[in-house]
Design a protein around this ligand. Structure first.
Ligand SMILES: Cc1cc2nc3c(=O)[nH]c(=O)nc-3n(C[C@H](O)[C@H](O)[C@H](O)COP(=O)(O)OP(=O)(O)OC[C@H]3O[C@@H](n4cnc5c(N)ncnc54)[C@H](O)[C@@H]3O)c2cc1C
Length: 270
């Protein structure tokens, strides 16, 4: 099957993109790396009348640094992060995440903002960015607003983006020099979406001890105060997180997620 016919627009800045989306109404859809959108178009799961291509907007392709954070434009690709072409505020953690997404052809085109806006529960960035306490920056007809990623992703392929809004950037706080991160995912085959994700962050200087369980049935599940878990990531503690994440009724998924989380926490000490 192939996509239905649609119009194509290539705005030069964010306000032009927002105007095009407003004018196009329900039929208008933003496009970034098209790594998820392309298959959805071809399967006719989405049938837009207008695609608004965000990739030629300079602001969305840039990353800016301050002493406290790095702000990644929504169209920064996984490959740019993998290759270190943009700064990494997480001392290599984001680079590791990016370099293990799918395979290089997908990473060359897929974007951090496209991944977050798509909110596939099995995708890496939603879980990793929640772990890092990142903030989503959104622009729409009503101006700009900021939402912690923890609240931006609300469920299975669901976000707080309103009609006509686009994700402009993601701001990631800079980790302190002693911070440690751990991440583990189970993929049936290399390059496939994971079946279970575990993440852990210990940054005592910033008072952050967090854990995340991803590839669950909805938004990534966050343990905002994970001090006890990071101290003793035993089977019972990790299983309890799986229960709290709503997958306790599936014995296989519970075990897989609990082990992913345990391995992520254990990576903190490596
Ligand atoms: C074979 C394959 C394997 C993959 N494996 C993995 C994996 O292991 N882990 C992983 O994390 N991902 C994986 N992906 C997904 C990949 O990371 C995509 O890049 C990502 O999901 C979507 O990003 P994109 O830039 O291509 O967005 P697009 O496909 O262009 O857009 C996706 C959706 O988001 C919307 N959108 C895009 N950008 C914005 C924006 N700035 N504001 C508002 N809405 C926007 C679009 O309208 C669309 O609905 C895989 C993809 C493929 C094809």
């Amino acid at each position: 099957m192939k996509a239905t016919a649609f119009g194509y627009a290539r705005p030069r800045d964010v306000s032009e993109a927002v105007t095009l989306l407003a004018e196009g109404g329900e039929g208008a859809k933003p496009a970034a790396g098209t790594q998820s959108l392309g298959p959805m178009l071809n399967l006719r799961l989405v049938q837009p009348t207008l695609l608004v291509d965000l990739r030629h907007i300079d602001e969305l392709g840039a990353a800016t640094e301050t002493p406290d954070a790095v702000t990644f434009g929504a169209c920064v690709t996984h490959a740019s992060i993998e290759d270190g072409r943009v700064p990494d505020p997480t001392r290599g953690f984001m680079r590791e995440i990016a370099s293990n997404i799918a395979y290089r052809a997908v990473r060359n085109r897929g974007t951090i903002g496209g991944s977050l806006a798509h909110a596939d529960p099995a995708a890496d960035w939603p879980s990793a960015l929640v772990l890092l306490s990142a903030v989503a920056i959104v622009a729409g007809p009503g101006g700009r607003r900021e939402i912690p990623v923890e609240r931006f992703v609300t469920g299975l392929f669901e976000t707080t983006l309103k009609a006509g809004e686009i994700l402009v950037a993601v701001r990631v706080p800079r980790l302190s020099a002693r911070a440690r991160c751990g991440y583990w995912k189970f993929c049936r085959k290399m390059g496939e979406f994971p079946q279970a994700i575990g993440g852990a962050l210990d940054d005592p200087e910033r008072g952050a001890a967090r854990a995340v369980m991803g590839a669950v049935r909805g938004a990534p599940y966050v343990v905002a105060d994970a001090r006890a878990l990071l101290h003793k990531p035993d089977d019972a503690a990790c299983g309890a997180v799986a229960d709290a994440a709503g997958i306790g009724d599936d014995v296989y998924a519970r075990q897989l997620h609990a082990v992913a989380l345990k391995r992520a926490v254990n990576r903190l000490t490596q």
